[in-house]
Design a protein around this ligand. Structure first.
Ligand code: NOJ
Length: 533
C-alpha cells in the first residue's frame, strides 16, 4: 500500500531565477514568457513544481527582493497577462507554480513606504519601523544589516530612522500593525486567485522582532557557516529575528493559504537557523503542524561531505522534524556558490543521487543539473549588492546566477542578444555544459538527474517511504534504506577516495552508468539497489 501524500511531499521542486532562465525579447535578461517557453524542458526533466524568484515591479536594488508592488509584474519580466499564460501552461502540463513572497521588507519605492516616510503623522507611518534617534544622535540599538552597516537609516525630512534588516532600500515592514498585516495577507489572496500553488517565504524568521528593540549580544564564536564571516556574524541575532511572535503570524498565514479554496498549496519558509534545528523545526507549527508546511532545510550546504557528516545531518533532521511533518533538502540556490564548484564534478553526481533518494522534498536550482560552475564575474560586471556593499567581494552572489545554457550558440540559446550584453556573463563552459549537448549523452550529469527523477517518480519507497540508516558499513560508506509497504530500495554512497568492495545483482541506478570491473563501488560512487523483499 502506497501512503497517500500531498504533491509537495512526493514531488520535486525546481527553482527558476527568472532573470537567467530564458530571455524571450532579446534584452539580455530572462522573463516570464521565456520561462513559459521552457516548460516542456521541466516536464522532460521530470520535476513537479517550479519556484520563481521575484518578478514583481522593483527598482532591483536586490534584484527583485526589493518589491515595489506585491501584486504586479515588472515590465522587465512581462505583465500580468504573461503571468496568467505561464500559470495556465504550467498547469496544463501538470506543473505547479510557487511564488516568492517577501514579507520582511518592501522596496523604499513601494507606495506604502513613500506614504509612510511622508510625515510622522502619515496613516501608514506604523507600516514600517520608525524610531527617534537618542539625544546624542545614537541609533535605537546595535542591530546590523545583513548586507553591511547598521540596520537603521536616517530619513532627513522627518528626522527619524527606519529599520532595514537588509539594504537601506529594503525597509522592514511592521507586522505589528494590523492594517499592514491585512494588506500583506491580501497579496497572498491576490496570487492564489490567479492560480498559484504556493509560496516560498523570504527570510520567514525575520518578520517579527523584539518590540523593546534590545541590543543583540556579541557572538562568542563568530562564524559565517559555509560563507566567509562578516561583521554581521559578530552578533548573536537573538532579538532581530526568530521572535516567538512569528509563530502566531504563520498560523494566520497558514489559515489564509489552506482556507482559500480547494487547491492544495504549499508554503516553504526560508529559515536559516543552522545551529538550532529545534527552533527551525518549530516553524512547522509543533504537534499541530499548523504553521509553514516546510521550513527549508539548508543543512546540506554546511555539512561535511563524509559518511559520518552526512549520516549525522540526516539523522538530526529526521529527529527534529515533528511527527507527521515532512523533511526537505536544499543543495543550492541563488544565494549560494554553485554546487559543482563547491563539491567538484564527481561529488556533484553523488550529491544528486543523495538529494533525490533521501526522505523529503528535494529542491533543485536551475543549472545545477548541468553541473554549471561558479563564474568569476569581472569587476565591471558585478551586480549583486551583497558583494558590492558588504566589503567582502566573496559574499557576492552573481557567480551562481548566470544565464542558463541551453545550447552551444553564442548566447547559449538563452537570448538573441550578444553574449557581452547579457545581464551577467555566461559560464565559461557553456559550449559543453548545456542542455542540448547533455540530453543526448547517457553519461552526462543531466541524464543522471533525469534518471534519478524518473526513478523517484516510479518508486513509492523513494517518494513517500520511511528512512532507516544502515549500520555496520565501512567508515567511508553511508547507506540507508527507503521503504513504503513492500517497496524497498537501498542507497549506498562511497564518500571516500578509495574503491569499496560491494556486490549486488540487484542494481537499479548508479552515479556511474558502467559498473566497475569487479562490481565494487568506485570512489565517490553512489548506488541504488533493490532492497530485500
Ligand atoms: C533572501 C533571499 O534569498 C536573498 O536573495 C535576498 O537578498 C534576501 N532574502 C533579502 O530579501
Amino acid at each position: 500500500m502506497t501512503e497517500a501524500r500531498p504533491w509537495w511531499q512526493t514531488g520535486v521542486i525546481y527553482q527558476v531565477y527568472p532573470r537567467s532562465f530564458q530571455d524571450s525579447d532579446g534584452d539580455g535578461v530572462g522573463d516570464l514568457e521565456g520561462v513559459r517557453q521552457r516548460l516542456d524542458y521541466l516536464v522532460w526533466l521530470g520535476v513537479d513544481a517550479l519556484w520563481l524568484s521575484p518578478f514583481y515591479p522593483s527598482p532591483m536594488a536586490d534584484f527583485g527582493y526589493d518589491v515595489a508592488d506585491y501584486c504586479g509584474v515588472d515590465p522587465l519580466f512581462g505583465d500580468l497577462d504573461a503571468f496568467d499564460r505561464l500559470v495556465a501552461d504550467a498547469h496544463a502540463r501538470g506543473l505547479r507554480l510557487i511564488l516568492d513572497w517577501v514579507p520582511n521588507h518592501s522596496s523604499d519605492r513601494h507606495p506604502w513606504f513613500e506614504e509612510s516616510r511622508r510625515s510622522r503623522d502619515s496613516p501608514k507611518r506604523d507600516w514600517y519601523v520608525w524610531r527617534d534617534l537618542g539625544p546624542d544622535g545614537a541609533l535605537p540599538n546595535n542591530w546590523l544589516s545583513a548586507f553591511g552597516g547598521p540596520a537603521w537609516t536616517l530619513d532627513e525630512a522627518t528626522g527619524q530612522v527606519y529599520l532595514h534588516s537588509f539594504l537601506k532600500e529594503q525597509p522592514d515592514l511592521n507586522w505589528r500593525s494590523p492594517a499592514l498585516r491585512e494588506a500583506m495577507l491580501d497579496t497572498l489572496r491576490f496570487w492564489m486567485a490567479r492560480g498559484v500553488d504556493g509560496f516560498r517565504i523570504d527570510v520567514a524568521h525575520h518578520v517579527l522582532k523584539d518590540p523593546a528593540l534590545r541590543d543583540n549580544p556579541p557572538n562568542p564564536a563568530p562564524s559565517g557557516g559555509h560563507k566567509p564571516a562578516s561583521l554581521y556574524d559578530a552578533q548573536l541575532h537573538v532579538h532581530d529575528k526568530d521572535h516567538p511572535d512569528a509563530h502566531a503570524l504563520y498560523r494566520e498565514v497558514r489559515t489564509v493559504v489552506d482556507g482559500f479554496d480547494d487547491r492544495e498549496r504549499v508554503t516553504l519558509g526560508e529559515i536559516h537557523l543552522p545551529n538550532a534545528l529545534d527552533r527551525w523545526a518549530a516553524y512547522y507549527g509543533g504537534p499541530d503542524l499548523d504553521e509553514i508546511h516546510m521550513p527549508l532545510n539548508f543543512g546540506l550546504l554546511d555539512v561535511e561531505w563524509s559518511a559520518d557528516g552526512l549520516r549525522r545531518h540526516v539523522e538530526a533532521v529526521e529527529a527534529a522534524v515533528p511527527e507527521g511533518a515532512w523533511p526537505n533538502y536544499v543543495l543550492g540556490n541563488h544565494d549560494e556558490r554553485r554546487l559543482a564548484t563547491r563539491l567538484g564534478p564527481e561529488r556533484a553526481r553523488l550529491a544528486a543521487l543523495l538529494l533525490l533518494t533521501l526522505r523529503g522534498t528535494p529542491t533543485l536550482y536551475y543549472g545545477d543539473e548541468l553541473g554549471v560552475p561558479d563564474v568569476a564575474v569581472p569587476a565591471d560586471r558585478i551586480r549583486d549588492p551583497m558583494g558590492l556593499r558588504s566589503g567582502i567581494p566573496a559574499l557576492g552572489r552573481d557567480s551562481g546566477r548566470t544565464p542558463m545554457a541551453w545550447d552551444a550558440s553564442p548566447s547559449a540559446g538563452f537570448s538573441t542578444a550578444p553574449p557581452d550584453t547579457l545581464w551577467l556573463p555566461l559560464h565559461a563552459e557553456a559550449e559543453r555544459l548545456n542542455v542540448s549537448v547533455q540530453r543526448d549523452d547517457p553519461e552526462s550529469l543531466l541524464s543522471l538527474y533525469r534518471s534519478l527523477l524518473a526513478l523517484r517518480r516510479r518508486r513509492p519507497a523513494l517518494y513517500a517511504g520511511r528512512y532507516t540508516a544502515l549500520g555496520e558499513t565501512p567508515a567511508s560508506v553511508f547507506a540507508f534504506e527507503r521503504q513504503s509497504g513492500t517497496d524497498r530500495v537501498v542507497v549506498v554512497l562511497n564518500l571516500g577516495d578509495a574503491p569499496m568492495p560491494f556486490t549486488s545483482d540487484r542494481r537499479i541506478l548508479s552515479t556511474h552508468p558502467v559498473p566497475s570491473r569487479n562490481g565494487g563501488l568506485r570512489p565517490w560512487e553512489g548506488l541504488v539497489v533493490e532492497g530485500a523483499p
